[in-house]
Design a protein around this ligand. Structure first.
Ligand SMILES: Nc1ncnc2c1ncn2[C@@H]1O[C@H](COP(=O)(O)OP(=O)(O)O)[C@@H](O)[C@H]1O
Ligand SMILES: [Mg+2]
Length: 227
């Protein structure tokens, strides 16, 4: 045994449009340890989002394995994979995808409810997390009543509500100005220090990439560089 949380082996992903095959990932190998912050960088269209989707079980690979603590998530059937994703993975996207009609508190509690936590348990945890990300005064605000940085902090709180093994973030600050981005980065590092939370972050942000424990660069469907 080693202390790898995630081990990716010879991962391939092609997309088909019915006629032609578009190979995107061409044999990715990588390992992520618990409590690491890994940044994934690479040119637009190289397959960063595709890789993140596979790591989170949102899609299945053409070939290869993704092991979490030694277990292959693609050996699971669709229903089991949905359950795994809901319980063990937190997602943060460039666009927050908060539900517009729900308050910040309700948005954060939602994955807890989907995981069948009791409503008061999910709400208490959501309140704690919103307090933690500095939004205790915004519990009842709807997304349209929040700033961009506040929305992204709500999205981060939502990603954490089920205490996932890993948070996968796809350009989480791609839509924010520099100052707000830095505040969101600080929050990720605080959560990492406080909860040993593992993060894999796709980013174009140089500051974030430099600050990560490890940098993985994708070129032509493969890992070209790991620092
Ligand atoms: N669902 C899909 N169907 C077909 N092609 C896709 C799909 N998703 C992504 N692609 C293609 O795969 C390549 C990699 O996309 P993506 O992973 O989104 O790249 P990145 O996030 O690095 O910009 C692109 O050429 C994109 O057009
Ligand atoms: Mg992308």
């Amino acid at each position: 045994m080693n202390n790898n949380l995630i081990r990716v082996g010879d991962l391939y992903k092609s997309y088909y449009d019915g006629v032609t095959e578009l190979p995107v990932l061409k044999g990715i190998d990588l390992e992520v340890k618990k409590a690491e912050i890994v940044a994934v960088v690479g040119a637009s269209g190289v397959g960063k989002s595709t890789l993140l989707h596979l790591l989170g079980g949102l899609d299945r690979p053409t070939d290869g394995t993704v092991l979490y603590e030694g277990d292959d998530i693609f050996a699971l059937n669709d229903q089991e994979l949905d359950r795994f994703r809901n319980k063990e993975i937190g997602f943060v996207f460039q666009f927050h995808y908060l539900l517009p009609e729900l308050t910040a508190l309700e948005n954060v509690a939602m994955p807890g409810l989907i995981a069948r936590q009791k409503p008061d348990v999910a709400q208490n945890r959501a309140r704690e997390l919103l307090d933690y990300v500095g939004l205790v005064e915004r519990l009842e605000h709807r997304p349209s009543e929040l700033s961009g940085g506040e929305r992204q902090r709500v999205a981060i709180a939502r990603a954490l509500v089920n205490q996932p093994k890993v948070v996968l973030a796809d350009e989480p600050t791609g839509n924010l100005d520099q100052k707000t981005s830095e505040a969101v980065h600080d929050l990720l590092w605080t959560l990492n220090a406080q909860f040993d939370q593992t993060f894999i972050i796709v980013t174009h942000n140089q500051t974030l990439a430099q600050r990560a424990d490890r940098l993985i660069q994708l070129v032509d469907g493969q890992v070209s560089d790991q620092v």
